[in-house]
Design a protein around this ligand. Sequence first.
Ligand code: FES
Length: 149
Amino acid sequence: MTSRIENHPILGEPEKGQLVSFTFDGRELEGYEGEPIAMALKAAGVMVHRYTSKKHEPRGIFCAIGRCTDCVMIVNGVPNTRTCITPLEAGMTVQTQYGVSAEPFDSVPGVVNAVSPVGATGESTTASESAQPTTASANTQPAAAGQEA
Ligand code: FES
């Protein structure tokens, strides 16, 4: 079973680049070159992209067209990268963003799960596999649209 849309009734079959590896919070994942980073993360079961700076609340994909800031992450060391519109490249380093940092907040309950939401074994997960989040906190949907909390 895959968590990707293989054939959309309106958009048809999505074009796929080569299968490439990248890292997410130090874990090796795979996705298709050229697809949005957020798409590769979603296919791997990653729901939380960042935590807000004030209330440390989780955010993830919301608009998916580059208009909000809910999907921003640290990509190749650059914070505030909109992962829904940034194409995946081989060898990219993608990190969860805490405020504007890659350093987890001390006060975020369940933040350990958010750092490793794909699984607890440390195995590589391919984008074509259906890796479901393993914890409730990792599966947390972003709260309000584009709001900084
Ligand atoms: S989800 Fe990426 S900018 Fe809104």
